[in-house]
Design a protein around this ligand. Structure first.
Ligand SMILES: Cc1cc2nc3c(=O)[nH]c(=O)nc-3n(C[C@H](O)[C@H](O)[C@H](O)COP(=O)(O)O)c2cc1C
Length: 194
């Protein structure tokens, strides 16, 4: 395969989430693609947000935030939260908002999955701040469960690709994780899979 250089400003496909924060007692939501689970126990999640965003003011105020997973039918509302700032536009009425254990964390009723987090650390970077939050509780709409686990097909999360700036949704299931690779065996691999 012939390879050409693509430069250093490259992105991985990202999940599209909505970060919820109370600012001055009012809910605000911003689109967030730079988000990842960071630690298993305790369950930590990281969100890289530009320190110039209005949302950042809320983090200093409450030290709590939510991560909400919208489904594909929420693409317009999600994009809107990434286009306009709460500094000029009140985004609190865009969704039905509910509160959980932490009381200062606005979560979105319409999102299949939401999680409330308390800030444990902020890692400062040149333009963004990495908010590290401990997930205190998560919520799922009953209709998005298959047995007792989230049904990703029903949730229909959004993916973002950059720099073409497109939203995508889920394709087909193509195998089990921690399992599909068992069909391969390199020389010297003594693993016996059950
Ligand atoms: C799909 C999408 C993903 C985004 N992801 C991020 C992100 O990960 N971090 C960030 O700082 N801004 C991100 N943004 C930009 C903010 O959502 C946007 O600037 C928003 O208006 C900030 O809102 P606020 O000023 O009310 O906080 C994203 C925007 C879009 C459309």
């Amino acid at each position: 395969m012939e390879k050409i250089k693509l430069g250093s400003n490259i992105f991985i496909p990202m999940p599209v989430t909505l970060l919820g924060i109370n600012i001055g007692g009012k809910a605000n939501f911003m689109a967030l693609g730079w988000v990842s689970r960071l630690n298993s126990t305790p369950p930590l999640i990281g969100a890289a947000i530009n320190k110039l965003h209005y949302s950042f003011e809320g983090i200093e105020e409450n030290e709590t935030f939510s991560i909400n997973i919208p489904s594909k039918d929420m693409v317009k509302e999600t994009d809107y939260c990434g286009l306009v700032s709460g500094r000029e536009t009140d985004k609190s009425k865009l969704f039905n908002v509910f509160y959980g254990k932490l009381e200062t964390v606005p979560m979105i009723e319409e999102c299949p999955i939401t999680m409330e987090c308390k800030l444990v650390d902020i890692h400062e970077m040149p333009s963004n701040e990495l908010l590290i939050g401990e997930i205190v509780e998560s919520y799922i709409g009953k209709e998005y469960l298959k047995g007792d686990v989230p049904d990703i097909k029903k949730i229909a999360p959004l993916l973002l690709t950059m720099p073409d700036n497109n939203y995508w949704t889920l394709g087909e299931n193509i195998g089990k994780a921690w399992d599909a690779g068992k069909e391969l065996k390199l020389e010297g691999d003594e693993n016996e899979y059950i």
